[in-house]
Design a protein around this ligand. Structure first.
Ligand code: 2AM
Ligand code: CA
Ligand code: CA
Ligand code: CA
Length: 280
């Protein structure tokens, strides 16, 4: 049985500390990042801030929990095959930290103030802690498995809407023009006429936090990765909502096409995507 490092804090306290420190630092770099490069495509951006944030988080986690495994976006080669392989190699670890050091890099680069830091801890493949931090609004979303989800100490519950017609729904537009984007566009064409309106903020982790907080009734997106979803998925379920893939299978770390909702609209949401042949 593995013991925590001497003097270590609780898992959640470390996750919060990491997200807050990284978020504060990211905020100081808004509008003055110095390097911008392309990863997989012209839409796939990375800056020194993404890398610096991941380094900060990783070394803090390592100080407290040197034996835990770590999966961070910037430690993985770009592209879906490499991402799947990287997840496969660690997904059954006893303790695995899953980190998106800056979710919403495109927004960050353009000065659109909607991005976040996402940190999750999984125990043998099940997410037990999820923290999403929005440094621009200083909003900290925290969930612990079985203990609920909170925004700055206030318990969150999902929205009450029981039909898509009354729902505000978010999506994200994937870069991949051959597969993910067309699938998402079919979904959009089908969902948009059935809901109150559509939003696309550009940070999957924050969209999930907003579903948890009842600000959105649902969210779907094609082609995401474990680090985009792990923390936010726990926020949603601990707030009383539901998270599946676009075909309705239960959320796990391997899900890439996600549907999250308040639960009440979930079946209707899935049905619309299926009918539009937009479920991948
Ligand atoms: P990122 O900013 O961490 O890269 C917006 O629709 C969401 O898609 C964000 O969570 C964003 O995360 C993610 N995203 C952006 N480019 C991507 C890519 N090339 N492949 C997969 N996900 C991407
Ligand atoms: Ca990225
Ligand atoms: Ca991301
Ligand atoms: Ca990122």
């Amino acid at each position: 049985q593995q013991q925590p490092a001497v003097g270590s804090k609780s898992f959640t306290a470390v996750a919060i500390n990491c997200a807050a420190k990284a978020g504060e630092w990211i905020k100081t770099k808004l509008g003055n990042h110095t390097s911008l490069s392309l990863k997989y495509s012209a839409q796939d951006l990375v800056t020194e801030v993404d890398k610096g944030s991941e380094k900060l988080i990783r070394s803090l986690i390592q100080t407290h929990f040197p034996h835990h495994s770590f999966l961070g976006e910037e430690g993985v080669q770009p592209g879906p095959e490499a991402s799947a392989k990287a997840l496969q190699s660690v997904r059954d670890a006893e303790y695995l930290w899953i980190v998106d050091p800056l979710d919403g890099t495109t927004n960050f680069v353009h000065g659109f103030p909607f991005f976040s830091v996402s940190i999750a801890l999984a125990h043998r493949g099940e997410v037990i802690v999820g923290v999403v931090y929005d440094p621009m609004r200083d909003e900290l979303f925290v969930a612990e498995k079985g203990k609920g989800a909170y925004v700055h100490g206030k318990r969150m519950t999902v929205a009450n809407d029981d039909a898509m017609k009354q729902s505000l729904i978010a999506t994200g537009f994937p870069a991949d023009p051959s597969f993910a984007l067309p699938l998402n566009m079919r979904g959009l064409a089908a969902v948009a006429p059935e809901v109150r309106n559509i939003r696309s903020g550009g940070s999957a982790a924050l969209h999930l936090a907003y579903v948890a907080a009842g600000r959105l009734s649902g969210f779907w997106e094609i082609g995401l990765n474990a680090w985009d979803l792990a923390a936010g998925a726990l926020l949603v379920t601990e707030s009383g909502g539901q998270v599946t893939d676009t075909k309705g299978n239960a959320y796990d770390l391997g899900v890439r096409h996600v549907v999250a909702s308040n639960g009440h609209i979930h079946e209707e949401f899935l049905g619309i995507l299926a009918k539009a042949d937009a479920a991948g």
